[in-house]
Design a protein around this ligand. Structure first.
Ligand SMILES: [Ca+2]
Ligand SMILES: [Ca+2]
Ligand SMILES: [Ca+2]
Ligand SMILES: [Ca+2]
Length: 401
């Protein structure tokens, strides 16, 4: 009897521990790197999991003007000695980074060369997460090109990068047709050639639909600003007549796109009404009034957002900056209706009132745990931090880190 009582007591303790940890302090925040603050466009970052599920972040180390990579070699979600690597330090390089992994598991990063105004690419051809001779290529150097780069792999494993052409106010696409991770004649296409002017906070995100067609979400700088979507309906990697459609009018900040389990486009963005979501319910890639939902209407909610789908329950989630406090917040559409319901938004972390947060990236790992990377700037001392936050409870089982 006594041992059964002890067992019951033990089970109760475990039960209350699990309930308690589920209700309290769900997000763990860690500093990955830090350096003297340079500008608000600091520590722009792009996060991915490598082929073995290890967290990897490419980021603009603005303090020294370098492209750096953190690869969590020992998979402990802590930035350890030897895990931070400078990839490119040739002048002021590394802003607008976008990271992906090739089908053979090697890191590939597109980024901007701010001294020469070029689009560059690092392809880690020997898979050692170090920059070796011949691994860095200039992809486009025609005028001022390469800002706001976004990298994605198509169904055949070829790398694609969309980016801004500041000299001509255009969106361009590099499609690596022959798969050599270098630019060849005819591989660069113009996606949108009119109506764009530079100099404002920009947004550009490239992804592929569930049937493998390119999809690029970008701003057109008119009044009001247009959030537009190029969907390559015929799959030829060219922008043909009728393939670019309007999602909604919007304000500045980062908009983000993903596809639900039925293959329907879903976009988070910021407007004069604040944080909105578009879910393309009829699948025509055109924004319609009934498809747009206001998620939050308070203050600066949603101005810089990143969207992803939980691979376990297929529900959409958005991480975003809340500038006024400042905070990182997280909305998870728990009931799957693509609109906001009470209790669906939580605070990931909050900071001192004079600090700022920016450049949020959200990614779920394969077991349904959300990770967020972001830039945190402290006022005194004036320091930039690359940080991650991850939810220690939101998984389908109770494997607590
Ligand atoms: Ca580590
Ligand atoms: Ca290498
Ligand atoms: Ca090529
Ligand atoms: Ca096309």
């Amino acid at each position: 009897m006594r041992s059964r009582g002890s067992l019951c007591c033990f089970i109760c303790v475990i039960f209350f521990f699990l309930v308690f940890t589920n209700l309290q302090a769900q997000w763990v925040v860690r500093t990955i790197d830090s350096g003297a603050f340079v500008s608000l466009r600091s520590f722009e970052n792009s996060m991915c999991f490598d082929a073995t599920g290890k967290l990897t972040i490419a980021y603009y180390y603005s303090t020294d003007g370098d492209l750096k990579v953190w690869h969590d070699v020992n998979d402990n979600l802590i930035s350890d000695t030897g895990e931070l690597t400078i990839i490119d330090s040739s002048g002021n390089v590394g802003s607008s980074p976008s990271l992906g992994f090739s089908t053979d598991g090697y890191a590939v990063v597109s980024y901007y060369d701010g001294d020469n105004y070029d689009l560059k690419l690092w392809y880690d051809g020997n898979g050692n997460f170090q920059s070796d001779p011949g691994e860095i290529r200039i992809i486009d150097s025609t005028g001022r090109v390469g800002r706001y780069s976004s990298l994605a792999f198509d169904n055949s494993g070829k790398v694609n990068v969309s980016y801004f052409d500041g000299s001509n106010g255009r969106i361009k696409l590099w499609h690596d047709t022959n798969g050599d991770f270098d630019v060849d004649s005819g591989e660069i296409r113009i996606i949108r050639s009119t109506g764009l002017t530079g100099g404002k906070p920009w947004s550009n995100e490239l992804t592929f639909s569930s049937v493998g067609h390119a999809c690029d979400l970008f701003f057109v700088m008119l009044f009001p600003v247009e959030l537009r979507l190029w969907y390559d309906a015929n799959g030829n990697f060219q922008a043909d007549s009728g393939e670019i459609k309007l999602v909604d009018n919007c304000l500045y900040g980062h908009a983000s796109i993903g596809f639900d389990s039925s293959g329907l486009a879903t976009v988070s963005y910021f407007t004069s009404e604040k944080f909105k979501l578009w879910h393309d319910a009829n699948g025509n890639f055109q924004g319609e009034t009934a498809e747009r939902e206001l998620i939050q209407s308070s203050s600066s909610d949603g101005q810089s957002s990143s969207l992803d789908f939980n691979p376990i329950d297929n529900k959409v989630a958005v991480a975003y900056c809340w500038y006024d406090e400042p905070k990182i917040k997280f909305w998870k559409d728990n009931n799957g209706n693509f609109s906001y319901n009470s209790g669906e938004i939580e605070t990931v972390c909050s900071f001192a009132s004079l600090d700022s947060v920016s450049d949020v990236d959200l990614k779920y790992n394969s077991s349904g745990r959300p990770f967020v990377s972001f830039h945190h700037k402290t006022w005194s001392p004036s320091t930039s931090y690359l940080k991650i936050a991850y939810n220690i409870t939101e998984v389908e089982n109770w494997n607590i880190y």
